[in-house]
Design a protein around this ligand. Sequence first.
Ligand code: JJW
Length: 447
Amino acid sequence: MGKIQFPDDFYWGTATASYQIEGAYNEDGRGPSIWDTFSNTPGKVLNGDTGDVACDSYHRIDEDIELLKGLGVNMYRFSIAWPRVYPHGSGEPNPRGLDYYEELIDKLLANGIEPFVTLYHWDLPQALQDVRGWENRATIDAFIAYSETVFRRLNGKVKRWLTLNEPWCISILSNFIGAHAPGKQNMQAALDVAHHILVAHGLTVKRFRELGIEGEIGFAPNTEWREPYSTRPEDVRAAALRNGSFNEWFLSPVLKGSYPQLLLDYYASKGYELKIMPGDMEIIAEPIDFLGINYYTGSLLRHSPGNDFYDSEEISAYFNKTGFDWNIYADGFYNVLTWIQRTYCDIPIYITENGACYEADIVDGKINDAERISFLRDHFMALHRAIESGVPIKGCMVWSLMDNFEWAYGYSKPFGLVHVNFNTLERIPKASYYWYNEIIRNSALDV
Ligand code: JJW
């Protein structure tokens, strides 16, 4: 037995996102988002689930805050729904659109919990998708206008902001793989989207500074750690391509002002073109205050000629898996964090998401999710190793506070520290909730 001590001023929190928890899809002037359209399209989401009601968090601020208080967190990450603020994406803002968030923020602050706000967690107004969404540079202007409205309304109350959540998901997963809204399957479209969201990020950071908004701003790329299956050069290259497309494609423009050359060459060899306008790379590299890092998984990869996903394939190897069929790879977390510091700089890092999906039965009113506890323990230990190695990590947000709408998997993939009954909307804290509370109280982990 040994005690692993985290810094006293460490932020411990949980994370959620608007479409996954709010419900109230047509209330107080909210317009439709691409996720309303996608989830209402047969075959796109498992069991035909939608976010119409979700966890009904829109009507349950007090109940959710009680859960956060009981957990003991000092930070809560959530996102703002763009279609509540601009029901048609642009034009006149809907004044009621921000009331819910302001009430939530006021109540968080009254309870000593810092709000950590994401501006874009995937719910693009459908009206903007109708005119090509993020493939269209005009969507960038609409995003800046939306962000400015939010900044002005919430200035002084929110100290930490994120522009984008998981740019790989917004671009590649949603426009090339097609598993998420808007469900396109076109790599050129995905690369256009990737570039435009990065420009939108940079311009938002610029606007944030010009407006003199208080606090700090960053973005939250999802990272994975790919290890080559062998030292054969083609396996090494396969892993480099996948790490490059997933991690570096978004980190390098923001932190270094350039796309990774290996991937530029790869995409060019496949006939794709990057629509970079003069000045774009400088805009994207507008300095940020901190980095949000989401980490869940990684894998061993080897060369697979003809595979249209970077000529590579995953080897299932010896990893144990979560209920999402994702490899459990805590050392990959440590590797990503130390790699970021080595490759880029000493920028402060918040873990903006880490956690796992596991189903667990309710027995006598209790839910013993021992596997989630084990997953979190391993990842907190990897996190602590990274801190000891000098990576400036300031806090960790567990995904997620409660079971919620897990995108293409609907309500079938629970990630919560709190169970939600989606018929009654009753919330029941799981064993992991009480375990996490103990860690937060001591800012320490017994191993
Ligand atoms: C990849 C499916 C084929 C969320 C993926 C599916 C098909 C190669 C969890 N993070 O709910 C990634 N999440 O909203 C943000 N992140 O591929 C927050 N990424 O691949 C959580 C899903 C995801 C995915 C899910």
